[in-house]
Write a protein of this length. Sequence first.
Length: 445
Amino acid sequence: MTDEATNDLGERLRAVREDRRISQTELAGDDLSPSYLSLIESGKRTPSDAVLARLAERLDVSAHFLRYGSAAPEERVPELELEHARHALVVNDLPEAETRARAVIATRGAPRRLHDEALLVLALAQERAGDLEGAFGTLLPLHTRAATGDAAVAVAQTGILLLRCLSEAGDLNQAADTGATALAASGRLGATGTDDHLRLAATLVAVHIDRGDLLYAQHLAEEMLTDAEKIGSRVGQGSLHWNAAIAAEESGHVERALHHARRAVAFLSEGPDNRDFYRLKLLLASLLLMSEPPQTDEAVQSLQALRQPLEQLGSEVDLAYWHRIRASAHLRADEAEDAREAAQTALTVLGDTPRIEACTARTVLGDALAAAGDHDGAEAEYRRAADTLAMMSASRYAAQAWRDLGDRLMDLGRTEDALQAFQRAFDAMGLRRSLVRAEAATGRG
C-alpha cells in the first residue's frame, strides 16, 4: 500500500472512531495497544487484514470501507434495500416498505447505521398502517439506545414517533413521561436548537394539551417558540405555532387558534411536501368549521384539496381524521345523512382497535344521528365513545365525551340522565364528591 493510501486509511479510521465517540484505548481493546492505533491513524503503520477486520467490526463498518473509502459491491445490497424501503414509504406502499426494511434488518453483517435506519423506516410503516402496537415494539429498543447516543438515529426522531403511538393509543401519561425524558436526552446529546429537537418539543406540547395540562403546555410552547425564533428555525416555529393553535382551541379561543394555525401553515409551507404539513391543514379546516360564523366554504375547499395528498402520504388515522372533519362540515351544512356516512367511513377505516380518533369519530356519528332524529342511536354512540375513552385512561377526552352526552340529554329534556352523564364527566377527571360535604348536606336535610 502506498504512503498516500496508508494516510487515507488512517484518516478514515480516526474520523469513524471520533464519529462513534470511541477513544483510542476503547478501540484498541485487550489485543492492540493505543500507541499502535495512534501510529495507524497517523499513517505511519499499515494494519494487516486481520487487524483491520477487528477494527472494522468494533466500529460497525466494513474493512473494505476503511481501506478504500467505499463499500464493496456486495455491501451495497442492504443500502439499496433501504433506499427502496424509503421510496416505498414516500409513495405510501406500506407493505413494500415493511418488507424491504425487514430485509435490511435481517442482513447479517450490515452496518449498524443501516440496521437502525431500517428499524425507523419499519416503525414508520407500521404506524402509518395503524399498527401502533407493532410500531411501539419496533421503536422502544431503538429509542432506548438513541437516548444514550448509542444509535445511528436521533433520539428526537424516535421520540416523536413513540409519542404519536402512545397518544393515539390513549396512554397519555406514558407519552408525557417518555416525551420529557426524550427531550432531556436530546438536549444532553447536543441537539438543542435542531429542527428535530423542536419538533419533539412541539409533540410533547400536544401530549400535555391532550392530558388537559393547558397551562404547562402553553408555558412549554412559549419557551420553545422563543428558542425557535432565536435560531430562525421555520420548522420549529411552525410546529410550535401548530400546537399553540391546539392549546388555544382547547381553551375555547377559536380565533386565536386560527391565528396560530395560519402562522404554522405559513412557516411550514416553504418546506417539502410531507405528512405533517397536510395534518396541519386538516387542523386548520377543523378550526374554520368551529369559528363563528363557520367558514364552511373555505374548509370544504381545503378538505377537497387534502384528500389525495393524505391518501399518498398519510396514515390510517390521518384518513379517518379527514373523514371525521368532512362529517363535521356536512353537519354545519345541515346534511345529516352525508355526515353519518362520513363518520361511519372514519370508523371503518380505523377498525375495531380502541383509538382516540375512533372515539372522536363516534361522537360526531352521534351528532349526525341526533340531527337525523335518531336520539336513541345517538345516545348509544356517545356512551360507547365515553366508555372506550375511560377504558383507555384518556381521562380528559372521556370527560369531554360525557359532558357532550350530558348537554345533548339536557336538550332532549332528560334531566336525570343528563345529571348522571355530568357525574361521569367529573369522575373521569378524578373529581369525587367530598364525604364531609355530603354528610353536612345530609345533616342539614
